[in-house]
Design a protein. Structure first.
Length: 146
């Protein structure tokens, strides 16, 4: 599979993998100056790149970097970002500061990780009945301690 990447800003860093076994590719903040995210604030941080997936059966998913999330409370404001196979605009990360301290994003800092994964597009079939299961409609903690 190919992932074509276009630099929209000549200073943009291409995504990198930290190790050969890394599922995600690190994305970098393509900003000229530092950006401080106050507690509870949401900010969109550009990466300076656009991507083209080679087929419609794949999508790119943006996830928080675990170190930023666990150590600093910086996560993605939408949980997981979805980049559809036909999107050609700039890849940006919507960051949220859920900590009680400001966090400063530095130029070219790693801000998120991007995972390319297959997408199953099912045929939608409306029905009046669904198959029964042992679990049924029980959810939200029904299988044990939440």
């Amino acid at each position: 599979m190919e992932l074509k990447i276009k630099r929209l800003n000549p200073k943009a860093k291409l995504p990198t993998r930290g190790t050969p076994g890394s599922a995600g590719m690190d994305l970098y903040a393509c900003i000229e100056d530092s950006v401080t995210i106050a507690p509870g604030e949401l900010r969109i941080i550009p990466t300076g790149i656009a991507i083209a997936l080679s087929d419609k059966d794949h999508a790119a998913f943006l996830y928080a970097r675990s170190g930023l999330g666990v150590k600093h409370g910086i996560c993605l404001s939408n949980g997981v970002g979805v980049i559809d196979s036909d999107y050609r605009g700039e890849v940006c990360a919507g960051l949220c500061n859920v900590s009680d301290k400001p966090y400063t994003v530095e130029p070219f800092e790693r801000i998120a990780q991007m995972v390319i994964a297959p997408v199953v597009i099912p045929e939608i079939i409306e029905t009046d009945e669904l198959d029964d299961t042992e679990r049924g409609g029980s959810g939200f903690g029904s299988t044990g301690r939440a």
